[in-house]
Structure formats: C-alpha cells, structure tokens
Ligand binder design. Structure first.
Ligand code: 3HC
Ligand code: NAI
Length: 707
C-alpha cells in the first residue's frame, strides 16, 4: 500500500484506512491506494469483508480541489473516480464505509458505491460541489437519488448543504449510526451482514426510490423555479437538477454519462474558477504573513461592550450566540432598555421562524448583563466600544478603559471612519487596541474587518481572528486608512451610481444593471436601505480626506434636504409602501432632470454595460490603490470583504478576481477613458497601470509575494 492509504487485517476483515491529513482529500495516490486495498482483500481467501475508514478527523472531504486547478489550466487530465467506484460496488466481498467528520463530494460518492454505510453521530454527509461551481462528478447525482430519494438528492445537490448523520439515516443514506468506537461498530455491523446475507446491495441496481414521472415532473419544475431565486446567476445548481433528472429517466450508465458531460461543462466554466478561488481565499485570509508564530490569542471567557445601539446590541448577540457572557453598558436606563428590547425582539423572531428554541433564547439572553457602570469590566478579556461616531467621546472611553481593563485585555473600537491610532494614543497600551469593524446587522453579517493600528500587537491580531472564528465571522485584516477596505471602495462605487443618474440613466436602470451583473442589491436601493442621511454625512466626512474641487453628486443632497432618507421615511430614490416594497417615483425622475439641467449636465442614453463598468471599475481601481498602499494583504482579501459584506456575487470571485477575468489591460484602458471623460476621480491606480503594462494579474501578485 502507499503512505496515503494503509491496509490491515482483523481476523476475517480487511481494514482500509485513508491517511491524507488534514481532511483526507482524494489527492493523487488516495484513490489508487483504496483500489489496491480492495484488490488485495478480494485476492485473499481469508478475507470475508472490507471496512473503509478515514484516519484523523474525517472520512473523506472530497476531491482535492487544488488538483481541479491543474485540470482547468490544462496541466493535467482529471483522474476519474469511476473505476474505483465500480471496483467497490462490484467487490464480491461486502464493503462498509465507516463515516466520521465529513463525507463530502467524492467522499460521499465513494461511500455510496460501498454496499453499506455506518456513521458516527457527529458525521456529516453532503454534495457541496455547487459551492465550487461544479456538480458531483463521480455518479453522485445517480446514486444519491437511488439511496435517499429524488427530492432529497435534488435538495442536497442544489444547496450543497451538509446533512447530519441522523438525517442521513432517516433518508436511507446511512444504514446505522454507531455509538462509541466507529471502527469496532463498523466491524460488528459488517460481521452481521456477512452472517445474514449471501448477496449485498449494489446502489446502482436500486430503482425503488427513483419515483415516477407523475411525481418527478412537478418536483423538478419546482426545484428549477426555486433555484432561480436561491441560486440567481449560478449555473451549477441547474446542471445538478438536470443530472438528477437524468437518473430518473435513463439507465444508470446513461445517467452517469449525462452527469459527466455536465460536470465537465461546469468544471471549465469561469464560475468554477471563481468559486474555487473563493474557497482558497477564504482560508488564506486568516494567514497573516510576518505574524509571530508565538503570538497566542487570549482566551475569551468574558466580554464587555460599550453602547447598546444598533451595533452594540448585535455584537452582544454574537457573544451570547457563542456562549460567552457579556456586559452591555449604556449611559441611561432608557437606552439600555431599548437595546435589550431590540435584542429580545431579534431572538423572538428567530424563535418564531423555528430556528431557535425558547430555552436557547432564554440561555442566550441570560448571558447578556445590562449595566450602567463599569463594574465587572476588570474581568473582561475583550471590550468592544460601539458608541456614537465621535472622536472626543471615543477618546474619553478608551482613557477610562485603560484604567479599568486588566492587562492583556483586547480593547476594540467598532468605529467605521475614525483614526484608530488616535484612539489608541489615549491609552498606555496601544498594542492592545484594535479595530473590530462589524457590519450591520452585526448579528447577521459575516464580515469582520480587523483593523490593525500602528502599534497593534501580533497577540491582539491573533486574538481578533480567534474572536471572529468564535462568532462564525470571516475576519479580514485591514490597515488603518479612511473607510478601511470595504467602505473606502464603496464610496467610489456609490459616487458613480449617483453620477450615472445625473448623466441620464434612470434610478431603476442603474440598479437593474447591477443586479443583473449579480449584485445582491442595486446601489441606489442600498443607499435607501442604509439611509440617505447617513450617506450624506459620510460624504461630508470623506470630503475632509479627498482633494478639493472634485465633482460632487447633487441629487442625493436634494433628497436629503427634502427629508427623503430612504426606506425609513418611506421615500428616497424610490417610494416605499408599508412593507418597505420599492416602486419607482416619477417625482425623483423629475427632480433628477431638473437638477441636472440646472447644473448644465448633458443627459444621454447610458447602457447597462457602461453602468456596470463605471460602478465596478471604480471598485477595482480603488481596490488596486488599497493593495498597493498595503492596506489589504492580498487581492483575495479584498474579494472576501466584498463577497461577505457588500453582496458581490461569489461566482464572479470578488471585484479583484473579476478584474483579472476581464483582463487588467481592458480595465485599465477603460479607467483611462473615464478619466478623460470625467476627470480626477478616475485617476488610474499605479498598480493597475503597472499590471496592465506587464500583463500581470492581481491573483499572481499575491503568489509572487509568497503569501
Ligand atoms: N481539497 C483540497 N484541500 C482541501 C479540501 C479539498 N477538498 N478540503 C479542505 N481542504 C484544505 C483547506 O484548504 C485547508 O487548507 P489550509 O490548512 O492549507 O488552509 C485545510 O484543508 C483545512 O480545511 P478547513 O480550514 O476548511 O477545515 P475545517 O475543519 O474548517 O473544514 C471541511 C473541513 C468541512 C472538510 C471543509 O474544508 C470543506 O468543506 N472542504 C471542501 C469540501 C468539498 O467541497 N468537497 C467537494 C470537493 S469537489 C468533489 O469532491 C468532486 C467530486 O464530485 C468528483
Ligand atoms: P447608535 O447610535 O445606534 O448607538 C450608539 C449607542 O451608544 C447609543 O445607544 C448611545 O446611547 C450609546 N452611548 C453613547 N455614549 C456612551 C457611553 N459613554 N457609554 C455607553 N454608551 C454610550 O450607533 P451605531 O450605529 O450602533 O454605531 C456605533 C458605532 O459603530 C459607531 O462608531 C459607528 O460608526 C459604528 N458602525 C456603525 C454601523 C452601522 O451601520 N450603524 C456599521 C459599522 C460600524
């Protein structure tokens, strides 16, 4: 056997163990090792059955995604798993797959080709391929409906979501759950089957769960309809439905061929490349080059928050959800009551939706201690300030925290625009001060910008990442520039949205072009949701940080003066009904027309393509500046910010990845054209220029630095 797969014997049973840490991905050598084990067991008369099991923390997490990269680039041919699956299923001696951890993708496909599956209680099974822009490629779409039924197969292949062992048992995917030692349980199970049965089931020969046309036709129609909403813009979920449908209409072998064709179409698509980039970028983001390997994160047993407003309340919920007791401080009883009432309402809504039990809600609320004083702050391992965006107030609070917090406690500010170093300077321990920029609603949004100040220590950074993980957020380390990474880019994006309507595009056309591109919402709808008043104030603040004399948007200031603050006032760029449903407002169209005319702006037809280029290239150009100035570590980090905080479509990989796919020369040339037409806002980022001239990409830049 090879070193990735080991073979041992326990009396009449052969045990094949996969040892490819950390997740037993099916890297080259693993399928071959398993096949060798199967052949060896079948050649040995003393062997009556085989157990296939994963060493370490998991069964098999699927194909090796890095290898797909090589296949896509043409460096190598894909090694199909199909011959191995046939060898397992045709094995004259029964094979049981013993599952723990994750049996995902190719891992589940291998398990389904075995005659039996047993699972530890904490095991999960799934076909997560759609999350990578592909579909199961080793007969998963053909065996899964045969074991779990058509509806379950569609659900699993379209959502990519994992299924817990107990649900897998109920669905028929798993034959038995094992308490205690998995290997011993699997052996006992197999011995029973050997004693009781002369023949052992082959999944591909089972047709009893494949349904009939009368039940399947509406099921597939409903699945496609639902995917149009849940998987907008994605191609793989629809390919997965087609493949499962083939299982219900064709023979097993013909179905496998259909699946293969669809799999290959998906594998070589831009979406698959983008989503595989996202998979690795999400994991790379927590790796900080240069951080001392000795930097240990603090243990977070007690937290404290100052300010129980919009953000403070949401952050308190994050701690409570993670089981960490948290003090929540306000200045008045009234503000405190309001904050707790909002938290309670949020939890109650989750209970009403059936996603939280009453008991769990009570437990979480009990972890949040409202307070008007600083008592107990001396025990907090992390303190997060979330008061009004006011420098004097924040300085006062950090000076107080410096006196009260225990040594080593992490002192964080949730500021979205103030200078972290200035805040840190009011303390005698700037190394413990960090920015934790949560996004609203803080209990929902996955993004957490971790802002590194001049003096922030490696321990503080490691602790912030650990805190993000604890809260199930994706932490991204950013530098202390105005707007950090996400908002600094967003200002440029928003600005173009505002200019485009003044130059002739309708409000609806701007938003439609962006949602058609894949954005979760159009920019003007976002402006209405966040609040026109908030946006105007932010812009006034930004003006202090930008070169004077640049063109400023006009209409949005008129909306502000009219009290049209967006959703919360029932009117902004759109009109809103009592359910906050938007409709176009002719009064806004007239206002735009009049304002543009008074300002001497020549209005013209603007197509969707220009709208997208203006908005998205503004993001990219600023992203390139941020990267060049060192405020983001890698282009992939910027992508992760945009995917998790700003509704950028994952299947486009993020703005920087998207720029690479368009071609940086194309993007740069267009930015230069915009500069010629629209002036200083469009000054090309030096990095974009350099890469365009040398044929480089943002993605390769990260690699060249050895990150
Ligand atoms: N291929 C290559 N590397 C993988 C991998 C895979 N399938 N799955 C995980 N890894 C790597 C990660 O990149 C990470 O590497 P790093 O330490 O160098 O950053 C390491 O393994 C650990 O991964 P996580 O940090 O994600 O560990 P967790 O414990 O948080 O999660 C997991 C484990 C749930 C298995 C998660 O890694 C996961 O979901 N992996 C992807 C599973 C997947 O998509 N499988 C389907 C592949 S496609 C396929 O099988 C096609 C088939 O139909 C032919
Ligand atoms: P908010 O106005 O909803 O809440 C601030 C709260 O702080 C108020 O309840 C106020 O009573 C309280 N407060 C003021 N001084 C205090 C003190 N000395 N001690 C205790 N409590 C005090 O404000 P919001 O929106 O929650 O913002 C808080 C911070 O988060 C700001 O720095 C803001 O820039 C930042 N932020 C806000 C986001 C948003 O979308 N609202 C997003 C990301 C960051």
């Amino acid at each position: 056997m090879n070193e990735l797969v080991s073979y041992s014997q326990d009396n009449e049973l052969a045990i094949i163990t996969i040892n490819n840490p950390p997740v037993n991905a099916l890297s080259p050598g693993v399928p071959e090792g398993i096949a060798e084990g199967v052949a060896r067991a079948n050649a040995d008369d003393a062997i009556k059955g085989l157990v296939l099991i994963g060493g370490g923390r998991t069964f098999i997490a699927g194909a090796d995604i890095k290898e797909f990269g090589k296949v896509i680039s043409g460096e190598k041919k894909e090694g199909s798993l199909l011959p191995l699956l046939t060898a397992l299923e045709d094995s004259p001696k029964p094979v049981v797959a013993a599952l723990h951890g994750s049996a995902f993708g190719g891992g589940l496909e291998i398990a389904m080709a075995c005659h039996y599956r047993v699972a530890a209680k904490d095991a999960q099974v799934g076909q997560p391929e759609v999350k990578l822009g592909i579909i199961p490629g080793a007969a998963g779409t053909q065996r899964l409906p045969r074991l779990a039924g058509v509806a379950k197969a569609v659900e699993m292949c379209v959502s990519g979501a994992p299924v817990k062992a107990a649900d897998a048992l109920a669905a028929g995917l798993v034959d038995q759950l094992i308490e205690g030692d998995l290997l011993a349980g699997a052996q006992a199970f197999l011995r029973e089957k050997i004693a009781a049965n002369a023949t052992h089931p082959r999944t591909r020969e089972r047709n009893d769960k494949l349904g009939d046309e009368a039940t399947n036709t509406p099921l597939f129609a409903a699945a496609r309809e639902s995917a149009k909403k849940t998987a907008r813009g994605l191609t793989a979920p629809f390919a997965a439905i087609d493949a499962v449908e083939a299982a219900t209409k064709l023979s097993f072998d013909e179905g496998v061929q259909v699946e293969r064709k669809l799999f290959e179409q998906c594998l070589f698509s831009d979406q698959a490349k983008a989503l595989m980039h996202v998979f690795f970028a999400e994991r790379e983001v927590a790796k900080v080059p240069g951080l001392s390997p000795d930097a240990k994160s603090i243990e977070i047993k007690q937290a404290a928050i100052i300010g129980a407003g919009t953000m403070g309340g949401g952050i308190a919920m994050n701690f409570a959800n993670a089981g960490v007791p948290v003090l929540l401080k306000e200045t008045t009883q009234e503000a405190l009551d309001r904050g707790i009432a909002t938290i309670t309402k949020n939890y109650s809504n989750t209970v009403k939706k059936g996603r939280l039990t009453e008991e769990a809600m009570a437990e979480r609320l009990a972890l949040i201690t409202p307070t008007l004083g600083y008592d107990g702050f001396e025990n907090a391992d992390v303190i997060i300030e979330a008061v009004f965006e006011n420098m004097a107030l924040k300085k006062e609070i950090f000076a107080e925290l410096d006196k009260r917090a225990k040594p080593g406690a992490l002192l964080a500010s949730n500021t979205s625009s103030l200078n972290l170093d200035e805040i840190a300077a009011t303390t005698s321990r700037a190394s413990s001060v960090i920015g934790l920029h949560f996004f609203s609603p803080a209990n929902v949004m996955r993004l957490l910008e971790i802002v590194r100040g001049k003096a922030t220590s490696d321990e503080a950074i490691a602790s912030a990442f650990a805190l993000g993980k604890l809260m199930k957020k994706v932490g991204v380390l950013v530098g202390n520039c105005h707007g950090f990474v996400g908002n600094r880019m967003f200002f440029q994006y928003m600005r173009e949205g505002h200019f485009l309507v003044e130059e002739g595009a309708s409000v609806e056309a701007v938003d439609k072009a962006l949602t058609d591109f894949g954005m979760a919402m159009g920019i003007l709808a976002v402006d209405d949701m966040a609040g026109i008043d908030v946006g105007v104030k932010v812009r006034q603040e930004n003006a202090k940080h930008e070169a004077p004399g640049r063109r400023q948007p006009l209409v949005v200031d008129r909306l502000y003066e009219m009290g049209r603050y967006g959703q919360k006032t029932g009117a902004g760029w759109y009109k809103y009904d009592e359910n906050r449903r938007a409709t176009p407002d002719p009064a806004v169209a007239a206002l735009i027309e009049k304002t543009a005319q008074a300002a001497g702006i020549t209005r013209r037809e603007i197509g969707a393509r220009e709208i997208v280029e203006r908005c998205v290239y503004a993001l990219i150009n600023e992203g390139a500046k941020i990267l060049d100035e060192g405020y983001a570590l890698r282009a992939g980090d910027i992508d992760i910010v945009y995917l998790n905080g700003y509704g950028f479509p994952a299947w486009r990989g993020g703005p920087m990845w998207y720029a690479d796919t368009v071609g940086l020369k194309t993007v740069y040339d267009r930015v230069c054209e915009f500069q010629a037409q629209h002036g200083a806002w469009w000054e090309p980022a030096p990095l974009l220029k350099r890469l365009a001239e040398t044929g480089g990409t943002f993605a390769a830049l990260g690699k060249a630095k050895g990150d």
